[in-house]
Design a protein. Structure first.
Lengths: 803, 204
């Protein structure tokens, strides 16, 4: 609309400008021509007047000459001299006819008319224009005789002295007027102006124009007057010339010329001008339409290009090959288009791509999944999603730093991309969590074996260690598989169920798992457990069980490890593996740890009062090490229950202090200052080096049960255990073996010089009073004889509880 | 005045003198109304009583044409005089008169081809040339032998006038053609004046 108006404005402007110029030019030309025409006519009138006067004079001279010739005729003179009136009349008539005079009069010396061809029968009477009669000269004048105008010439008749005058009258008639017009190129009218009125004597005009002319004639004047008269609708410039001075009846000649005639040439010029103006207007309209189009068409192209960009279509550049400003604008627009496209791509990349691995991110994956579900719902497509996370990534990240973690993630991405072909989307959802979306034809994939195969390939691909600066890193994975539509008809359900399958795989250490209904219920259980855990403390449903640590050298029991148990009112005893990880994830672990420390310290104090001095170990998590208030809290508890700090041992995993080593170090230092004993738990599962542990204020090293349980059968493991014990001793640490389940291991450890042992071989975790009874019954000693009477059951759950 | 006319005048005077001893000469001094003397004016005297002397035969006069002019321009002759029109020009002339006193016309002629014309009636005869309009001559034809023409001083003496009562006439044609004239009665002889001034009246 605006462009249309711009075009219109351009056209209107140019056409109006041209029209204005033309009107102005036309006006000037018109005025100049009109003035020229008037001047020309005035000039023609002046010339005409002179010619007219001259012609009249010449005419008179000619007539005088003729009259003189006649007057000199001897016979004529003889007839006059002899007063032969009859002869005189006939001579007058004859000679008049000979020279074309309309009237012939002879006047005697007394001024009386002797003979008159106009009225032959009239008696003698004085001649009416005596002033014409001169004895020695010929006179000529315009006069009226018998109502008709004549140019009268009076010539004396000499014999040889004057004896009378012959007066000849030449008619002033239309023929004369026509002759004069031919010579002067002016319209000529002779008119008689009497007090009684005016009438035309002779004229080159027709009757109607004559009347018009009479109406315009000025009042009687003795001088030539000039005026403009309108005859037949056309202006004429006219000269009114009095031809005689007779007072009563004056003859005037009116010479005039039509301005129309003079303007005729200009009229033609004007018509040409009008045609030219019209032509140039048309051309200028066409031209300005073209010019405006030339401006507005590219503008429209630019506008539509801008509209396309606005709609997000960056594919088509504006194609304007112009070197002018519009071309520059088009080029700028193209630059802008590509810049916006680039930026949008970058934004999209940021929004939908994981910058670390260049895989899709969670948003992208969700979108793709929604889209794929929409497509699959309409058609016969099936979808499969694989959710996976890395089993030991947390350790890698915690112990070796984020740089290594990032490297691992990138490497895993690369392997995923190589391994999984034909996937719709491979995404990193966050952390070490990956998801794969696969679209497939139901007909082609009869079963789910293909995806199981895919999962296996992924696991296989990740089994090869990832190298970081030459160091091999071992990262396993757990994969959950869910199919659309069997395992959920919407994205949220599908993802959650794949997640559940993944946790199941992790839990069952099967590597991968396809979603099954009962996973969901156990998952639901976890969730509701978590909710109930919040109130477990208040409801006093949590219990601490204690497992004794036995000195391998003296078999003396001087320490126990406190292990948490949840006595659910309906579910019975809930193993720690089912709620500790969730507690850690939600941060509830801090509350839990507090409760455990308080309970452990309280129990320790109780035992002291009962005369039983036992060092109590408590597991604390990485999150607890982030808590600056922990040392003060511990100190308050110890003071409250009157327990020596040395009786409290806090066990931390390697990863516990790797998350923020500097912070952890401060907390650990503070605890050590208090006199609290510190122990490294699960040693061997992480990647921390002993040289680093050396810097920590720890006194004890606990070798992970996975080593201890296999050392009896595996020579290599036994070597590792031995060297670990040696290293620990060399660093001045007390070495504790966990998971001792039979006497063979007991004996091996004793031989290797390990300080303490803990495990089902000696005792399973016991309630406080049971433990006290067990110690009293054994007199504080553990006898490695089978007759100890203690139950020897599986301890897998115990080990997991210490995660 | 040329020689023949002088001889003629002398002849007239002698004739008068022979007739009577008492004859006198009368000198007339002609002037125009302004008082200026008029040359070439004709004067003549006719007796109031008695009859004029009879016309004598064989009276002759000459009017020559010289350079397309009549010479003399003004003549006065007694009735019965034959006037000769010799042509001294080397072109031809054709002399005419429409005057009632003598109407005549000659054919074109050269030299002395033209026959003399008898002027036998008193009156003024105006001569013209038919082919030269500017040529004009005045011929006064009088029935008295006592006449004359004034000289350059406007004076003319008429000789041998017998005493008696006379009607004296004087006339002179103006160049315009108008004739100025005067008539008066005068007693000649005896105690009559011998010189008389005459003032012309303007002619019509």
């Amino acid at each position: 609309m605006r462009i249309q108006r711009l075009q219109t404005r351009i056209i209107v402007f140019f056409v109006a400008l041209l029209a204005l110029v033309q009107v102005a030019a036309f006006w000037f030309v018109n005025a100049a021509n009109s003035r020229n025409a008037q001047e020309k006519v005035a000039e023609e009138l002046n010339v005409g007047q002179r010619v007219f006067a001259r012609l009249l004079d010449q005419n008179a001279e000619k007539l005088k000459l003729s009259a003189r010739v006649l007057a000199a005729d001897f016979a004529f003179r003889e007839a006059i001299a002899t007063h032969d009136t009859g002869t005189i009349a006939s001579v007058l008539a004859n000679h008049g006819a000979r020279i074309g005079a309309a009237a012939m009069v002879f006047v005697d010396l007394d001024g009386n008319v002797v003979s008159d061809t106009l009225s032959p029968q009239a008696s003698s009477h004085p001649f009416v224009y005596p002033e014409l009669l001169a004895k020695n000269a010929a006179n000529a004048s315009m006069e009226v005789l018998d109502g008709r105008a004549f140019q009268l010439v009076a010539v004396p008749v000499l014999a040889p002295l004057p004896i009378g005058w012959v007066v000849m009258g030449f008619a002033v008639d239309d023929a004369l007027a026509s002759d004069l017009r031919q010579l002067t190129e002016l319209e000529v009218t002779f008119a008689l102006d009497t007090p009684q009125g005016r009438r035309v004597l002779a004229s080159t005009l027709d009757e109607r124009d004559q009347q018009a002319l009479l109406g315009h004639m000025p009042s009687r004047s003795n001088t030539v007057s000039r005026l403009v008269i309108n005859i037949g609708g056309v202006d004429h410039q006219a000269l009114v010339i009095p031809l005689d001075q007779n007072d009563s009846a004056r003859i005037v000649a009116v010479l005039h010329r039509s301005l129309g005639d003079a303007l005729a040439a200009f009229e033609r010029l004007r018509n040409t001008l009008i045609v030219l103006a019209a032509l140039s207007l048309v051309l200028s309209i066409i031209g300005s339409v073209a010019v405006a189009g030339n401006i507005t068409r590219p503008l429209e192209a630019l506008a539509s290009a801008a509209a396309r960009i606005e709609q997000g279509d960056y594919s088509a550049p504006v194609n304007l090959q112009r070197s002018d400003e519009i071309g520059v604008l088009a080029s700028s627009l193209n630059h802008m288009r590509s810049s916006i496209a680039d930026r949008e791509n970058r934004i999209l990349k940021l929004a939908y791509e994981d910058p670390l691995t260049d895989l899709a991110n969670r948003s992208r994956f969700s979108n793709e999944l929604e889209l794929a579900i929409a497509q699959a719902t309409q058609g016969s497509l099936k979808l499969t999603i694989l959710m996976m996370d890395l089993d030991r990534f947390k350790y890698v990240n915690d112990t070796l730093g984020h740089g290594v973690g990032d490297h691992v993630l990138r490497e895993v991405s690369a392997r995923l991309q190589q391994t999984v072909t034909g996937a719709e989307c491979i995404a990193r959802l966050g952390g070490d969590e990956f998801a794969i979306l696969i679209k497939h034809d139901q007909a082609r994939h009869a079963g789910n074996a293909d995806f199981v195969e895919t999962a296996r390939r992924i696991i296989a691909a990740l089994e090869a260690p990832i190298l970081f600066e030459g160091q091999p890193l071992d990262v396993g994975t757990s994969i959950g598989i869910a199919h659309f539509p069997e395992h959920g008809r919407d994205a949220q359900t599908l993802v959650r169920n794949a997640d559940i399958a993944m946790y199941a795989a992790k839990r069952n250490k099967t590597g991968y798992a396809t979603y099954e209904q009962h996973y969901d219920t156990s998952q639901q259980e976890h969730l509701s457990l978590l909710g109930e855990l919040r109130s477990a403390v208040e409801r006093n449903e949590l219990r601490l069980y204690y497992q004794p640590k036995v000195s391998l050298r003296s078999s003396h029991v001087s320490a126990v490890e406190a292990l948490i148990r949840w006595e659910h009112p309906t579910r019975g005893l809930v193993p720690p593996a089912q709620f500790i990880p969730f507690a850690e994830h939600t941060g509830y672990i801090k509350l839990l740890t507090r409760w455990v420390i308080r309970e452990a310290v309280r129990q320790c104090g109780e035992w002291l009062r009962e005369g039983l001095t036992l060092q109590v170990s408590v597991n604390i998590s990485a999150r607890d090490l982030m808590n600056r208030d922990l040392p003060e809290h511990v100190a308050e508890l110890l003071a409250e229950h009157d327990v020596t700090p040395g009786l409290l041992c806090l066990e931390i995993t390697e990863s516990g202090f790797m998350e923020d080593p500097a912070h952890a170090q401060k907390v650990l230092d503070r605890l050590a200052e208090l006199g609290v004993k510190l122990s490294i738990d699960d040693y061997g599962t992480g990647y921390s080096s002993l040289s680093y542990i050396m810097k920590l204020p720890v006194q004890e090293l606990k070798i992970d049960q996975s080593f201890i349980s296999r050392m009896a059968t595996d020579e290599e493991i036994s070597t590792i255990v031995r060297s670990t014990i040696d290293l620990g001793h060399n660093l001045g640490l007390q070495v504790v073996a966990e998971g001792v389940e039979d006497v063979a291991v007991w004996d091996m450890l004793r031989k290797l010089g390990c300080d303490d042992a803990q495990g089902y071989f000696m005792s399973k975790p016991l309630e406080a009073h049971a433990l006290a009874s067990w110690i009293r019954n054994n007199h504080g000693q553990f006898s490695c004889l089978p007759s100890s009477g203690l139950p020897a059951t599986s301890h897998a759950a115990e080990a997991a509880a210490k995660g | 005045m040329n020689a023949p006319s002088r001889r003629l005048a002398t002849g007239v005077a002698l004739l008068l003198g022979a007739r009577g001893a008492v004859a006198t000469d009368l000198t007339l001094e002609v002037s125009d109304p302004d008082g200026k003397p008029v040359a070439d004016a004709v004067v003549y005297a006719a007796p109031v009583t008695g009859t004029a002397p009879p016309v004598r035969p064989k009276l002759r006069a000459i009017i020559d044409q010289v350079h397309k002019e009549f010479v003399p321009r003004v003549s006065i002759v007694q009735t019965g005089t034959e006037i000769f029109f010799p042509n001294s020009d080397n072109i031809r002339h054709s002399i005419y008169s429409f005057s009632p006193a003598k109407t005549f016309a000659t054919k074109l002629y050269s030299g002395r081809e033209a026959a003399p014309v008898l002027f036998d009636t008193t009156g003024l005869v105006i001569l013209g040339c038919n082919i030269h309009d500017t040529m004009v001559a005045w011929v006064f034809v009088v029935d008295t032998p006592w006449f004359g023409k004034t000289d350059a001083d406007g004076a003319s003496t008429i000789k041998g006038i017998p005493p008696g009562e006379y009607r004296i006439s004087a006339a002179a044609p103006a160049p315009s053609g108008n004739l100025k004239s005067i008539e008066m009665t005068l007693r000649v002889g005896g105690d009559g004046p011998q010189r008389q001034s005459v003032s012309l009246l303007a002619g019509g």
